[in-house]
Design a protein around this ligand. Structure first.
Ligand code: NAP
Length: 337
């Protein structure tokens, strides 16, 4: 079977809508293909900051993976709303650059702290630095993650360990370390985890990530129930595809899947970092103080489009519908159509 046909079958689109990229390799976050399905014109992204200025005044936010992609966008939004942000990940150089850029843009301090979330000692050191520099946080966003596509039969134990250590164990180390300190200090906080739509369904070819993200979801919903009594809320955003360099360089390395992905998104376009950032800012704010244990899918309708058994019938033409209708009318059971 040709690659075209196989991709078409995999993505339930006709082969002539599925094409091999003109360039053999990906191109960072630049959009190589702008041929969004026509309905996208009804759903332009609004990326302006939604909440009122000053919503996060005197609040401290700790964001893992805050130097790039969605983490950077969430940090920019919280900082614009008045928060003092601390961003943490492995690459201190990238963190510092992002922290300076956001501080200059918003006029609020952003701190950069080196942290490898898969290493509990590194997490403890980073949280010590956070507490020393700005105090215990009001907001904690577990956003750091790694992922790559691979047939599962090619996964080594090390590959499995790396992804599940960063995604699931990393989230647990950050949450438990900060949570214990908050309990001791009798201080509340809003936690948010960024998972993915396939944390619900599972997905082939990203099995360690799917298993770990499902674990993160359960960690958060469990703690939402247990630690509400200490003033902590836990919510989850499940984003659909958003073109960040980190995600697309490992999930769509040759740029083949972007167009076929679009065919399966009800609103006909990818999401934007700003859209996730607005939802994150709401969920971590006092406006959402009655929201905990919530799992919010923000994916332009991708999940439901892939799930519905008959959704492929969008491809059926008017002529084909007429033939089918006539056949259905001829059946004995349905007489009054
Ligand atoms: P990204 O830019 O690659 O962000 C991932 C971040 O995690 C990086 O800043 C990275 O920084 C950090 N990180 C990785 N390993 C780490 C470790 N061991 N310790 C500390 N930090 C670590 O990609 P993104 O698209 O913005 O992804 C952000 C989140 O959204 C992830 O949880 C991802 O699963 C989720 N998500 C994204 C999409 C999408 O389409 N973009 C869809 C669904 C879910 P360092 O390299 O400096 O450590």
């Amino acid at each position: 079977m040709s690659l075209l046909r196989r991709l078409a079958v995999l993505n339930r689109v006709s082969p002539n809508k599925c094409f091999i990229p003109a360039r053999p390799f990906g191109n960072g976050t630049n959009t190589l293909y702008q041929s969004n399905p026509p309905q996208a014109r009804f759903f332009p992204p609004s990326e302006g900051i939604m909440l009122l200025p000053g919503t996060y005044k005197n609040k401290v936010a700790f964001i893992t993976g805050g130097g790039t992609g969605l983490g950077k966008a969430m940090t920019t939004t919280l900082s614009s709303l008045g928060a003092e942000c601390v961003i943490a990940s492995r690459n201190l150089e990238v963190l510092k650059k992002t922290a300076d850029e956001i501080s200059q843009q918003t006029g609020n301090k952003v701190h950069a702290v080196q942290c490898n979330v898969r290493d509990p000692a590194s997490v403890e050191a980073a949280v010590n630095q956070l507490v020393n520099d700005v105090g215990l946080p009001d907001v904690v966003i577990n956003n750091a993650a790694e992922n790559f596509i691979s047939p599962s039969e090619k996964l080594s134990p090390n590959a499995w360990r790396t992804i599940t250590d960063i995604v699931l164990n990393g989230t647990a180390y950050v949450t438990l370390d900060i949570g214990k300190r908050l309990i001791k200090a009798e201080k509340g906080a809003a936690f948010l985890a960024i998972t993915t739509i396939y944390a619900e369904s599972g997905s082939g070819f990203v099995v360690p990530s799917a298993a770990a993200k499902a674990g993160v979801k359960t960690l958060c919903t469990s703690l939402a129930a247990e630690w509400g009594r200490y003033g902590m809320r836990f919510n989850i955003i499940q984003p659909g595809p958003i073109k960040t360099k980190g995600a697309f360089s490992r999930m769509d390395p040759i740029g083949t899947f972007e167009q076929v992905m679009l065919e399966n998104i009800a609103v006909g376009r990818l999401g934007t970092p700003g859209e996730i950032a607005n939802l994150a800012a709401y969920l971590c704010s006092d406006y959402a103080s009655w929201v905990t244990g919530a799992i919010i899918r923000m994916d332009g309708g991708k999940y439901v489009s892939l799930a519905g058994e008959f959704n492929g019938m969008k491809e059926v033409t008017q002529e084909q519908w007429a033939i089918m209708e006539a056949k259905i009318r001829n059946t004995k059971r349905i007489v009054n159509l």
